[in-house]
Design a protein around this ligand. Structure first.
Ligand SMILES: [Zn+2]
Length: 427
């Protein structure tokens, strides 16, 4: 695309400072950002974006995309009952058709709420990848390995994980990358973990896992391994591979120290943790210790949305409430978690709007009745805006949504197919 966005309030550069600029997109990249008006060259589209805020594309650093199919299917249950007796049995019935349509529904929801990249962990990875390829976003895809032993089944899980890497790493003109995702310390045995770590090393991809989400998980790890999940995985040398560690709720100072020292990115999922009754991740303490903290929604079976605009607000509000400190997790820091930190962890650039960066840009209408007046655009974005204020989404210089209309997904068809498929999951 060749275009100039004029009169736009852009959250630009590493400082995430908001200022009114003109922004030129050439091909897949941002060519120029200027405080002076940029006259369009011949053939360039001129888009007057007055009243709109331009932010870097939001990065959902932990989700299970096709689980939108189970949105609201099993709410308000204890974790074990939720997972083992409700979710796993219906997941066992999923095939590529269900995963494909579910993925497109989740992608439509994410694009509508300003997400341009995400890290996923699920199965039927080819169906997820096909949907991502069509939708036009960026993704780090993985097959979620669940295996207590390195028996025939465990080996088959690892084979599937490797198959997903072979098929998807570097696919869709480089928009898709792959990861290795051993599910958690209590759902994968040590031999499985060792193989998974070696696979990530051999293939040069990141690790993506759940870490210290639940009290029981941490207690069983301490009983069996004599260490916290973070210290145990460090002992297995997991963190010599760049790692996304989702949740990090039950963290003591030693575990926080391991993540800080080893450069692990914790992915904060405040809504999922709250809804499952897990508690609150010590985000302020982790950041203070130097841990990189990104933001994720987790799956829609526990959120129940894939909406990072809402997730930013929940992260800021919950951390302030739990810390009894209004200064904790300011708006700029929450936006940094949802953009720069996530983008770097997914290895898709710096997540900033700057000349030379990939043109992954989200426009948000701040001139709504629930957002005016605007004194501080970042405050308005995090504390007042909602995802339906997102008007335009650009990934790699291509519009995926223009004036709230999705351009790469047939929304009505997707809704029809998901409603049809969901009939089989009703109790
Ligand atoms: Zn998860």
């Amino acid at each position: 695309m060749q275009a100039v966005l004029s009169n736009v309030t852009a959250v630009a550069g590493d400082s995430l400072a908001a200022r009114t600029v003109s922004l030129r997109i050439e091909g897949t990249k941002i060519a120029e950002i200027s405080q002076d008006a940029l006259p369009p060259k011949s053939g360039e589209l001129l888009i007057d974006a007055e009243g709109r805020l331009a932010i870097p594309g939001l990065v959902n650093a932990h989700t299970h995309l096709p689980m939108v199919l189970f949105r609201g299917l099993a709410d308000e249950l204890p974790f074990d009952e939720w997972w083992k007796t409700r979710i796993r049995p219906v997941e066992a019935t999923l095939g590529p058709e269900e995963v494909y349509w579910g993925s497109l529904l989740g992608l439509a929801e994410m694009i509508r709420s300003g997400t341009t990249a995400f890290a996923d962990m699920y199965f039927e990875t080819d169906a997820v990848g096909k949907a991502v390829e069509e939708a036009g976003v960026r993704a780090v895809l993985s097959y979620g390995i669940v295996a207590s032993e390195l028996d025939q089944r465990g080996k088959e899980e690892l084979r599937r994980a490797e198959g997903a890497i072979v098929r998807w790493n570097g696919a869709a003109e480089g928009r898709i990358h792959a990861a290795v995702s051993p599910h958690a310390v209590d759902t994968c045995g040590e031999a499985v973990w060792r193989e998974a770590i070696d696979l990530a090393k051999d293939r040069g991809v990141i690790l993506h896992t759940h870490l210290a989400e639940r009290k029981e998980e941490v207690e069983s790890c301490r009983a069996k391994q004599g260490a916290s999940p973070a210290a145990y995985l460090d002992r297995l040398d997991a963190f010599s591979v760049p790692t996304l560690a989702a949740h990090c709720v039950e963290m003591d100072s030693e575990a926080i120290g391991v993540l800080a020292e080893r450069g692990v990115t914790a992915v904060h999922c405040p809504k999922s943790n709250a809804k499952l009754g897990m508690g609150f991740a010590p985000v302020a303490a982790m950041q203070k210790a130097g841990v990189k903290v990104a933001l994720g929604t987790d799956g829609a079976a526990t959120n129940n949305r894939l909406d990072l605009v809402e997730e930013m607000r929940m992260a800021a509000l919950l951390q302030k409430g739990v810390s009894r400190d209004a200064a904790v997790l300011p708006a700029r820091e929450v936006l940094r978690m949802a953009t720069c930190v996530g983008a770097e962890a997914l290895r898709i650039g710096h997540g900033t709007l700057a000349a030379g960066s990939e043109a992954d840009i989200v426009l948000v209408d701040l001139e709504r009745v629930h957002t005016l007046p605007v004194y501080d655009p970042l405050s308005t974005l995090v504390y007042a805006a909602q995802s339906s204020d997102v008007t335009d989404v650009i990934v790699g210089g291509r519009f995926l949504m223009r004036d709230r209309e999705l351009l790469t997904i047939d929304e009505e068809k997707v809704k029809h197919e998901v409603k049809r498929l969901a009939k089989r999951y009703r109790n």
